[in-house]
Design a protein around this ligand. Sequence first.
Ligand SMILES: C[S@@+](CC[C@H](N)C(=O)[O-])C[C@H]1O[C@@H](n2cnc3c(N)ncnc32)[C@H](O)[C@@H]1O
Length: 272
Amino acid sequence: MTDTEPDDSSKSIDYDSASKVYDQLRSGNPEMMHEVLKGASIPDGGVVLDIGCGTCNNTLLFMKASRTRVVGIDLSRGMLNKACEKGPAPHLIQSSADRLPFKTCSFDFAYMTEVLHHVRDFRATIASAGRALRNHGQLCVVTQSHEQIDKRITSRFFPSTAGIDKSRYPSIKEIEGTMLDNHFVKVRNDTHEFATEDLGAEYLETIEQRAYSMLHMISEKEFQEGLARLREVIHSDEPLIYTPRYTFVWGIKGDLVGGVGTEVYSIAQQIS
Ligand SMILES: C[S@@+](CC[C@H](N)C(=O)[O-])C[C@H]1O[C@@H](n2cnc3c(N)ncnc32)[C@H](O)[C@@H]1O
C-alpha cells in the first residue's frame, strides 16, 4: 500500500518505490532550467508552479536561478518526501496534475519537466494548468518529440522503448492543439540540445537500475539483451556519444472572463 493513488499503470510507474533511488541515478539539468527561465516572463514577486516536481531536483535549480516563489505538486508522496529531505523546500502539495487544487488565476508561470507522458489525461492536465495560471501567465511543457525519442540511446539498445514512448508522449502538435483548445493563445515550440556526453559507467548504472520509466515496460528478455549489448560497447574502445534533445512547448494564457485572485488555495495541504 502506498500513499500515491494509482494514476494509470500503463503510462507511469510506481514513483513511491522509484523515489528511494531516483536521486542517486538522475540529477537536475541546469542547462534545461536555464533555458526554461530564459523563455519565462515572470513579474517581480511572481509565483511559479512546478507540475510533477518529483524530488525537486529541477525545482531547486529553478528557484536558485530565478529567486521566485515556487510551489511544487506531485502525485507521489515518496518523491515529495525526498524533496523535503533537501532542506528549505518550495511549498509542496501532493496532487494529481490533472486536478490541480488551486484557485483560478493563482500563478504567473507554470512548467513541467518530463511529466506529461506519465499522466493519464494530458488534455485535462494542460486544461488544469491553464485554469491555475493568471491571464497572460505562461506555461512551458518540457518534453521530447517522437523524432527525439527515436534518436535516444535507449531506443538503440532497447528498440521497443521507442514505440512504447511514442504512444505515451503526446506529439508536439497534440500538445499545441490542446493548449489552444484550453485557455492558451500564442502557442509555440522550440528545440534544445544539451551538452554532448561520452556515456560510460555512470550511464550503465542508470540503465542497470532502470532509472527511466520505459525500461520497466519492456520484456525481461529485451532488457537483458539490450543491457548485454550496452555493457559490451561501454567496455570497448567505441565511444558512446549522446546529445540530449528536448522540445519546449510554450503557451500564453488568454483572457479568461471571471477569473481573478492570486491566492494559492489550501496551502494547509503543503507538506513540510
Ligand atoms: C520523470 S519524473 C520527473 C520529475 C521532475 N519533473 C524532474 O524533472 O526531475 C516524473 C514525475 O511525474 C510525477 N507524476 C506522474 N504522474 C503524475 C500525475 N498524474 N500528477 C502529478 N505528478 C505525476 C511522478 O510522481 C514523478 O515525480
